[in-house]
Design a protein around this ligand. Structure first.
Ligand code: GAP
Length: 512
């Protein structure tokens, strides 16, 4: 049976072979945790961005989008707390000299215990068949209960240690749990230290006069500092949202697992400004809305779960993650945070400018509260790619690798192919391309046998292959092959635009 690691390896190599993701500066042996998107990846990524933007901005009259700069005034990061508190607790193994995030070591240990619980549940399912009551089993089985209480105790100890900034207690927890270095296998650890994740550089050409500026570690602050600009110029009434898609940078220490944890990545964030006291209502609202968005991608429900934060970020009064079952297990895909009025108040204090809203219904001014939804674009890409990647055995004994991407996100919507390279078939296929290319990203492909061409398109997730054959010249019909069913249907060329439109437009997903 393929392990999770095998799955991840297969996805990484598929992503490279078909031009989705390359290691950055590969000819120089790459740059750790930095990746480039190739010709297919760039299309898929763009489609994900467009779909998110449509769902958040186009579908909500009270949400508008901006595009703020990556560089911001350095005081921004003092005000936001990132200079002082955007740290990871790090620990080194003295034997392997490898550096780890202490919280990740603990999380991975907890995940192992959780997997024991899942194994126990799986055994129960097999043993009791249809009569199996999973909820009752989880609530009563002694092994499940014992392991769950271990998890709860570890999480609680970790939370207390981090809340009290007691790094010695974090180290003690790692030692008591007998966590070993995955490389050396030893438990010979240094003390835990805090490490700031922001990248910095210098602005200005003269070294003396240059000031340190940061590459933004989240896009959110670009929204906060523009809150009043947008509210005033857009005449926005609370509740309203500001959305943004853009690059963020973090000097991640545990930077592995492909595009899951990168040093340069993209976020799709939305800050929703609400009346103080109403933030929990909107927090619940956005939790539901964002799950709906993920589910609209057509990925099975079993891939998703919620995780309420044990340790809240310095700005939040409630926070949860939507986790996805990536090839390396359940991990954070999106964060939903109730950020209170922390950020706007901090910016008021540091800038000396009022960032208030006059509420005509209440006849009073206040600093709005903020509910944030923040999803990683690269993680969404990985989630979609890994859930879509399928190696299929066909009835005739052959195999195919297919990316069952949601059709509306597929990099190429249709491949147009002449059956042979003669008899005027290529010219006819080109004519079809010339019409379809205005609305759909299409590929023209005449090389190799039809079977090979179909496989190539399956591998990049193209929902439709349009084949021009000799009958086309007689009656203006083509065959159109569906990626998932592999069924071919003969249709008139006039119908093609309508068929593609129905399958690849965002509309169906947005109204699901
Ligand atoms: N403004 C809130 C914020 O930045 P976060 O939970 O630190 O919250 C939000 O990040 C999302 O950004 C995460 O859920 C994840 O999808 C993505 N993300 C964070 N760090 C990342 C990294 N190093 N590589 C790829 N994606 C990352």
């Amino acid at each position: 049976m393929a392990t999770n690691e095998d799955n991840l390896k297969a996805i990484i190599s598929h992503a490279k072979e078909y031009g989705f993701v390359f290691q950055s500066s590969e000819i120089y042996d790459g740059l750790s945790a930095v990746y480039d998107y190739g010709q297919m990846g760039a299309e898929l990524k763009k489609n994900i961005k467009d779909y998110w933007w449509s769902a958040m901005v186009q579908m909500h009259e009270n949400i508008v989008g901006i595009d703020a700069a990556i560089f911001m005034h350095p005081t921004t990061w003092k005000a936001s707390g990132h200079v002082d508190a955007f740290n990871d607790p790090l620990i080194d193994n003295k034997d392997s000299k490898k550096r780890y995030r202490a919280d990740v070591l603990i999380e991975e240990h907890v995940e192992k215990i959780r997997q024991k619980i899942e194994k126990e549940v799986e055994k129960g399912t097999k043993r009791f068949g249809d009569a199996f009551d999973e909820e009752q089993f989880r609530a009563t089985n002694p092994n499940v209960l014992r392991n769950q209480s271990k998890i709860d105790e570890i999480n609680l100890r970790f939370k207390v240690a981090m809340d009290e900034e007691d790094l010695a207690a974090v180290k003690q927890l790692i030692e008591e749990l007998e966590i070993a270095c995955p490389v050396s296998g030893s438990k010979n650890w240094t003390d835990v230290k805090q490490f700031n994740l922001m990248f910095s550089t210098e602005m200005g050409s003269v070294a003396d006069a240059a000031s340190t500026i940061y590459l933004r570690p989240e896009t959110a602050q670009g929204i906060f500092v523009n809150y009043l600009n947008v509210q005033k110029t857009g005449r926005m009434k609370i509740p309203f949202g500001i959305a943004q898609i853009g690059k963020a940078f973090r000097n991640e220490i545990v930077a592995r697992q492909f595009i899951f944890r990168m040093r340069e990545f993209e976020q799709m964030e939305m800050q929703f400004f609400v009346r103080p006291g109403e933030e929990m209502k909107w927090y619940e609202y956005w939790k539901t809305e964002r799950v709906k968005w993920h589910r609209s991608l057509g990925i099975d429900e079993k891939y998703y779960r919620f995780h309420d934060h044990v340790k809240l970020a310095h700005y939040a009064n409630a926070a949860c993650d939507i986790e996805f079952d990536f090839p390396m297990g359940f991990k954070e895909l999106e964060g939903i945070h109730s950020r209170t009025d922390f950020d706007l108040k901090q910016h008021e204090q540091y800038s000396g400018k009022k960032l208030q809203y006059f509420d005509p219904e209440l006849n009073e001014s206040y600093v709005p509260y903020v509910v944030e939804t923040s999803v990683g674009l690269d993680r969404t890409f990985l989630a979609i790619l890994s859930a879509s990647y399928t190696e299929e055995k066909l009835d005739d004994g052959s195999e195919r690798t297919v990316l069952s991407l949601p059709a509306f996100l597929a990099p190429v919507k249709a491949a147009v192919m002449p059956l042979t390279r003669k008899d005027g078939l290529p010219e006819k296929a080109r004519e079809i391309m010339e019409v379809l290319k205005f609305d759909f990203n299409c590929q023209y492909d005449e090389k190799d046998s039809p079977g090979k061409r179909y496989r190539r398109q399956d591998a990049i997730g193209t929902p439709y292959c349009i084949m021009v054959d000799h009958q086309t010249l007689e009656d203006n019909t083509v065959t159109i092959r569906d990626r998932d069913t592999m069924q071919q249907e003969r249709v008139s060329i006039d119908q093609l635009e309508g068929i593609l439109q129905a399958k690849v437009s965002f509309r169906k997903a947005l109204t699901a």
